[in-house]
Every structure is written in C-alpha cells, then in structure tokens.
Design a protein around this ligand. Sequence first.
Ligand code: HEM
Length: 438
Amino acid sequence: MTLPPGPGTSRPLQTLRWMYRPGGMLEDCHRRYGDMFTLTIAHEGIWVFLAHPDAAKQVFTGDPRVLHAGEANVVLLPMLGHHSVLLLDEGPHMSQRKLMLPSFHGERMRRYERTMSEVAGAEIERWPLGAANPVRPAMQRITLEVIMRTVFGVQDDARRERLRRTLGEALEWGSDPRRMAMLAALGPQRVARARMFRRVREPADELIYEEIRSRRAAPDLAERDDVLSLLLQARHEDGRPMSDEELRDELMTLLVAGHETTASSLAWAVERLVRHPHALARLRDEVEADGELPYLDAVCKETLRLRPILALVLRRLTEPTEIGGRLLPAGVNLAPCIYLIHRRADVYPDPLAFRPERFLEQPAGTYTWIPFGGGVRRCLGASFALFEMKVVLRELVRRLDLRPADPRSERITRRAITLVPERGGEVVAQPRVSARAA
Ligand code: HEM
C-alpha cells in the first residue's frame, strides 16, 4: 500500500503552510498531484485529500464502521464532551443522531422564522451608518442570540444575558489560535483536565445544567418548540430519556457547530454581494416583490460554494480500504475536500466567479455541493443554517444599502478551523430608500 503523492517538505513546514495559507496550499497540491494527494499535519497524522466528487461519493456512502468521523474530531472533546454526536461513531453515533434529527427537520424551521427575523432586525437597526464596519461580529451576535432562543429556548432576558456572556467567553477561549496550538500539543484528554480550561468550562456547564433542570420541570414542556424541550421529550430506542450529561453535550455541540459557522457564512455572503452590485440589486428586487425567493436561496448556495467555512471533512479509516482505485491503509484520515470540489471547472464553469444564477439553472449536486459534508454525518443543522441565512439576508437588504469599505476582495483567512473574510466583511451601510417607498 502506498499513499498518494504529496509535498516532500517536512511536517512542520506543511503544518505552517496549512495554518497560514490553506487555500493556496490546496490549489497548488491539486495542480501538482491531481485529485488525490497526501499532507502530514502536526498532531493530525496523515490526511489524504480527495478532490473528485466520485471519491467524495464513495466516502459519504461508505460503511460507517470503516469510516470514523467521531474519532477524527477528537480535538473538540474538551469542550463538547463524550456524548457529543460529533465525537461518536457507529451505533452510539446513530442512536444520538436519530434523537436529534426530528428537531432539525426542514419543515420545522418555519417556526423559528419570526424569532430569527426579530433578532436580525433588532441587531441591524443598531448598525453604525456611514462608516466602515465589519459585519462578522454583528452576524455572530445574531446567530448566538438565535441559538439561545430557538435551541436553548431561554425566554427570560436576564437569564439569556447571563448564559450568552458565559458561553461567549467559553467559545472565545476555544477559538484563540495559541490555545488551539496548546490543545493540539497536549492532546484533548489532558486539556480537559487542565485547570485553566476547567475555569472557563465549569461556569458554562453550571448554567446549562441549571437550564436543563428547570426545563425538565416546566409545566408547559410539551407545548414548547425549542430544541432543548424537544430533546427532553425524546426517547432512546429502549425507552430511556436523554441524561443531563447527554443533553449538556448536545447543547454545547449545537452551539459550537452552529453559531460561528452560520455567522461567518453570512459575513461571506455580504462580502461577495457588495462586490457584485447586479446580484445585490437582483436580490433586493426579489425581496421587495414579496413573493417566492429563489434568488435568495441561490445567493446562499453560491456563497457556501465559493467561500465554504470548512475546507474539508474527515473520516478515519479503521481498516485498509480502496478509494478512487487505490488501497489505503488503516489509520489515515480521508479528507473529502469541500474547497477543491467546489472549484472544479468541469462541474462549475468559470468556477471563481460569484454567479448565484448557476443554482437557478442547475440544482446543487449531492456530491458536488458539499458545504455541509455528506452521508450519515451530514450537518444536522443544514436546514437551520440555510433558513437562518435567508432570513438574516432578507432583513438586511430590506433595511440597509450597503457598499464595500474597500473595493478589493477580502482574502480568506483562518479563524480556528474555519475560513473567514480577512477584515470580517467590512461594509459601509446607509438606510435603505426602497424603490416602492420612493
Ligand atoms: C453555514 C453553516 C454551517 C456549516 C457550513 C456547517 C458545516 C458542517 C459540516 C461540514 C459538518 C461535518 C459533516 C461531515 O462530516 O460530513 C457539520 C456537522 C454538524 N453540524 Fe453543521 N454547519 C453549519 C451550521 C450548523 C448549525 C446551525 C447546526 C445546529 C444548530 C449544526 C450542527 C451540526 C452537527 C450537530 C453536526 C454533526 C453531525 C454528525 O456528526 O452526525 N451545523 N456541519
């Protein structure tokens, strides 16, 4: 068994390049070595990148006993805990996922529309006008508040504020690059025990457990439609309810998986739209016409294609397996590469152009449009995220006129494991003078 080709440079050099120039590195390797190549990254082991949709399909439809995603995500263990759906594999993963799936069914998202538009509207009303301002922090406030209300279901303002502050601190701790390096160097088990880590996790846990206990006893539990209340009523196949620890770990998972990802995708949507005035004008016309919103959907899809927040997903092989005609050894991490598959010219003509129309002409393919991964590990919150992106963008273009603070496109930079706009999606906003009002 031989690994696919890859750069001959040392592991530290490959790691550095991966940290600071992930996009350029992936494109270079793809050009040089083709659709399958190998990188070795410090503390992560061997990654075999897959840049062809057929190989992605093979992984997403493959046997979950052989393709472990949970094992490959172990770096998230200290924050998410042992019961997190992101960290489990095989039977325990499926049983946890089955409990959570109904809460995120596409149809259910409509119930959150009012909350999402109110939260977005209130935040957008406070945006500074006439001066350069990055949108990502504001988007993050929106997505955090939406999760507090729709997932945690906290209705009391003071309680929500306390939870928001404490969880915000814990999340911020995890996204500092120096701490990420420490996490990788010490290994997740030791970080979980470290005092400096426990100092941020424990206050957050205390509040979450308090919320779980008081909700369990709530007289209106059966009528509520926030995710926590639904999970409290869910039952495992043997009739058991979820334990407090399971609930804590899944709430934390939903928060970590769902809040920055959606906020950064929204920041990218704005970053791309303000540099494509025709697309922005078409979107605005559609929103103001108050009918169906196919172009809004296409804008979100094109943003997630061209600026995916995660460059790859991972599956660790538990036994030697043939992928793309090559036998690969157990222990390697397969990395279906979202970033490269989304930039294939044979799938997306003129791939670097931001052209939402392409998704009006052709539906998104299961293995060619993969911002949410795929198969039995596909993002549980995909419908939630897309729905929220549409509601927030709709509120935004209704209320404000936007232009870029600097006409040059923002570079893709890394924030922890996500890819974000270098200047946070900087825009200058003015109150919207709608065509109809005029
Ligand atoms: C634009 C926003 C988002 C993006 C780009 C995104 C992307 C992803 C990706 C790539 C995966 C891994 C899939 C795989 O391994 O095949 C994932 C998993 C997951 N995401 Fe998301 N996500 C987003 C928003 C959300 C939201 C809003 C939630 C929940 C509120 C969420 C919850 C999850 C969960 C629970 C998993 C683990 C699924 C499993 O292992 O079975 N995500 N997401």
